[in-house]
Design a protein around this ligand. Structure first.
Ligand SMILES: [Zn+2]
Length: 76
C-alpha cells in the first residue's frame, strides 16, 4: 500500500485497493483495484472524486459492451 494524505484530517493515510460492485441487475459492474484511502488516524475511508468519475466512465463503457457478470447469492 502506498502512503497518501487523509483528505479529512491531513494525517498520513494508506491507499488500499478494493473491489466494489456498482449498480444492480444487468447494470451491475464490479470494479477491482479501486484506490480506497484509509486513514488510521480518524478511521475515514475515502474514494476520491476523480476515482468516482473514472468508475462512472467505466459504467458508461459497459453499456456498450454488454458483458454479463454472474452473481451468486449465498443466502439459503
Ligand atoms: Zn484522517
Amino acid at each position: 500500500m502506498k502512503d497518501t494524505i487523509c483528505p479529512v484530517c491531513g494525517e498520513a493515510a494508506k491507499i488500499k485497493p478494493i473491489a466494489k460492485a456498482f449498480g444492480r441487475g444487468e447494470m451491475l459492474l464490479v470494479v477491482e483495484d479501486i484506490p480506497l484511502i484509509v486513514c488510521r488516524h480518524c478511521h475515514e475511508q475515502y474514494i476520491t472524486a476523480e476515482t468516482l468519475h473514472e468508475i462512472e466512465r467505466l459504467q458508461q463503457n459497459k453499456m456498450h459492451q454488454k458483458r454479463l457478470i454472474q452473481v451468486e447469492d449465498f443466502a439459503a
